[in-house]
Design a protein around this ligand. Structure first.
Ligand code: ATP
Length: 314
């Protein structure tokens, strides 16, 4: 047990060093405030225990803020499967984010892919799904190939429409091992439903195989489990469910330059004890006079407590 923890610690340190080298090559010598904030809340003791809502202006470095901790956390993964999904509303934004991941992830042996509209879905499938090499004398049944299909990527950057295409029709494409979900440009993605991608993704990650069958009766994507007996242990936290049974939890990060504070909209994301990180100017500020009032009120309370304890007022 301690041995595994120690090996993991050593691997993480190596991964961190490799990431530092890559960042230096990219000309990044220090982290922007949002990147420091997210790193502190995701790496280290208690990491990823809460979902994060990040509200930070355009150009403040949000992409690297989530890319760095995700790549660092996945750097010790033993088996390749789809563990992180980043969703963006447009193809151009997805391309930009994919470039950032592609710049850092290979340094720790992770592979990144893109799923966006206006590009060949066949090319995407061949990049996303690994087919087994046919060995001499072994003939796989083409009608039952799912046991042999595996993800060739660890991280996928996608737009909602193409993501839904893969969910509905790409054999071997599964979200069952997902540990991190990033919803970038959240406001925009929540405004437009895009084929109900969000409830679908959330449902897929919660459901048992039985539920999936009823949800997608026409697809064979999930049947049988692509990885046979392999079960993902999402180590970034557990939730207590029915009868306090613990089950692994997906970590979510939602970001925007103008993040909605409307609880009914945020509720769609099903966030777990969300923590709001905000940089730049505060969106809502107390009027100056109200802050002075708050200070005076605290002084009055302190004086009252001192008076009642000193003179033992009943
Ligand atoms: N720590 C850093 N040091 C120097 N440059 C950085 C750092 N982090 C990010 N950058 C650069 O800052 C620019 C803006 O970063 P990024 O696109 O991630 O911002 P953003 O907050 O995601 O903006 P948007 O809201 O437009 O998506 C990029 O060119 C990126 O390479």
């Amino acid at each position: 047990m301690y041995c595994i923890a120690f090996c993991e610690y050593v691997c993480r340190r190596c991964g961190l060093h490799r990431l530092e080298v890559v960042l230096q090559k990219m000309g990044i010598t220090s982290l922007f405030p949002v990147q420091v904030g997210v790193w502190q809340d995701t790496i280290g003791p208690g990491s990823f225990e809460r979902d994060l809502c990040i509200n930070s202006p355009t150009g403040s470095g949000k992409t690297l803020a989530y890319a760095l901790p995700i790549v660092q956390m996945l750097s010790t993964r033993a088996v390749r499967c789809l563990r992180a999904l980043v969703v963006l509303p447009t193809r151009d934004l997805a391309l930009q984010v994919k470039e950032v991941f592609s710049a850092i992830a290979p340094a720790v042996g992770l592979s990144v892919s893109l799923a966006v509209g206006q590009s060949s879905i066949a090319d995407e499938i061949s990049e996303l799904i690994k087919r087994p090499k046919l060995e001499a004398g072994i003939c796989y049944d083409p009608e039952a190939p799912l046991l042999h299909l595996r993800s060739s990527v660890d991280i996928l950057v996608a737009t909602p429409g193409r993501l839904m295409d893969h969910i509905n029709s790409t054999k071997g494409f599964t979200l069952e091992h997902l540990s991190y979900l990033v919803v970038d440009e959240t406001d925009r993605l929540l405004r437009e439903a895009y084929q109900s991608w969000l409830p679908t993704v959330l449902q897929l990650m919660r459901s048992s195989d039985g539920d999936l069958r009823s949800l997608f009766p026409h697809t064979s994507t999930f049947l049988p489990s692509t990885f046979g007996s392999l079960k993902t242990i999402r180590r970034s936290g557990v939730e207590r469910g029915f009868k306090s049974k613990a089950y692994p939890r997906l970590m979510k990060m939602v970001l925007s330059a103008t993040l909605t504070q409307d609880p009914s909209k945020l509720a769609q994301l099903d966030l777990h004890h969300p923590l709001l990180l905000t940089t730049g100017q505060r969106r809502y500020q107390l009027p100056e006079r109200l802050e002075s009032f708050q200070l005076v009120r605290l002084l009055i309370i302190a004086l009252y407590m001192w008076y009642t304890s000193t003179y033992q007022v009943p």
